[in-house]
Design a protein around this ligand. Structure first.
Ligand code: GDP
Length: 363
């Protein structure tokens, strides 16, 4: 019967209007799809509606151009009311933690950007342990998140964890200073550190190359774990792979910041106007600003958040749970005359996961 019906169906199909034919074809396609191919669209719509957040910390000696760079990166002046301290005031000043939050929107996508500034860092005569208020701050944010997550209402948890720390290295030294090593070693297990060579316009290309090499060697020598760019997927196109290679080779990025727009070759560009010429912030031949901005905003923002959540926060969480468990065991031993077996870790699976991730990172 089917074989007789088929040619007739074909004729009927031809007599139908093109619109009805198209509708039928769509229906046939619909029959072949369950529909889960639309899942990414659903996630996309939901995330855009919810908006994104990102917390960036900037650290380094004052005067290295931190606020100028933040302004150049996000084209937002977060430091309008900043009061600059005199040398006298700076001697007695301790490291402060200042938080600025702005809501920025681009093509309907909202980003809640929080900049955590650390004025006073490295300014004292004796800088030993001057990173302590900063490590405490990062830990406090983890602690707050841990409490909120373990609380009753987990629906609207405010995530204040620091996703990335731009650490400014002076262009005038011969590599890392003890305070740079101390800072990075104190924070590298807690936050994604991206080291930067500040005010790169103070150095000629050869000097930048040497300083970069030196910093890379010292980072290795002191066992500092800065943020590692993830491996590029093998199915990415060649252009993307090339960009990824260049990005990795350029670290630590040598950056220039500017709050002013100047005219260069008939074009208005963000730059620094010197009597002998113009240094353009967004010119890749002048510095790595564009690479840093692309990495931070366009390509790696999500990965920075993932590493914060899956590695740094998980480490903190596992540590907390271990401490809580051992305290519980000790307390029970003191109260009970009967020997008690150590409590099983409540979240052994999480610990296993962290160990695996750590191993993958080390490789
Ligand atoms: P912060 O204290 O680290 O926030 O530093 P600021 O952003 O306030 O900058 C201190 C001074 O350095 C200001 O006079 C800036 O104009 C200048 N500055 C900022 N970025 C650069 C740069 O990339 N190159 C040079 N040469 N000067 C810069």
């Amino acid at each position: 019967m089917d074989s007789l019906a088929a040619p007739q169906d074909h004729l009927v199909e031809q007599l139908l209007s093109p619109r009805t034919q198209a509708q039928r074809r769509l229906k046939d396609i619909d029959k072949q799809y369950v529909g889960f191919a639309t899942l990414p669209n659903q996630v996309h719509r939901k995330s855009v509606k919810k908006g994104f957040d990102f917390t960036l910390m900037v650290a380094g000696e004052s005067g290295l151009g931190k606020s100028t760079l933040v302004h150049s990166l996000f084209l937002t002046d977060l430091y309008k009311d900043r009061k600059l301290l005199s040398a006298e005031e700076r001697i007695s000043q301790t490291v402060e933690i200042l938080k600025h939050t702005v809501d920025i929107e681009e093509k309907g996508v909202k980003l809640k950007l929080t900049i955590v500034d650390t004025p006073g860092f490295g300014d004292a005569v004796n800088n030993s342990e001057c990173w302590k208020p900063i490590t405490d701050y990062v830990d406090q944010q983890f602690e707050q998140y841990f409490r909120d997550e373990s609380g009753l209402n987990r629906k609207n948890i405010q995530d204040n964890r620091v996703h990335c720390c731009l650490y400014f290295i002076s262009p005038f030294g011969h590599g890392l200073r003890p305070v740079d090593v101390g800072f990075m070693k104190a924070l590298h297990e807690k936050v994604n550190i991206v080291p930067l060579i500040a005010k790169a316009d103070c150095l000629v290309p050869g000097e930048i190359r040497k300083l970069k090499e030196r910093i890379r060697e010292e980072i290795d020598k002191f066992g500092i774990h800065v943020y590692q760019f993830p491996e590029c997927d093998s199915d990415e196109d060649e252009d993307f792979k090339q960009q990824d290679r260049e990005l990795k080779e350029s670290a630590p990025f040598a950056v220039i910041g500017s709050n002013t727009v100047v005219e260069a070759k008939g074009q208005r560009v963000r730059g620094r106007l010197y009597p002998w010429g113009i240094v353009e912030v967004e010119n890749q031949a002048h510095c790595d600003f564009v690479k840093l901005r692309n990495m931070l905003i366009r390509t790696h923002m999500h990965d920075l958040k993932d590493v914060t959540c899956d590695v740094h926060y998980e480490n903190y969480r596992a540590h907390c749970i271990q401490q809580m468990t051992s305290k519980l065991t000790q307390d029970s031993r003191m109260e009970s005359p009967i020997p008690i077996l150590p409590l099983p870790t409540p979240d052994a699976e999480t610990e296993k996961l962290i160990r695996m991730k750590q191993q993958m990172q080390d490789q």
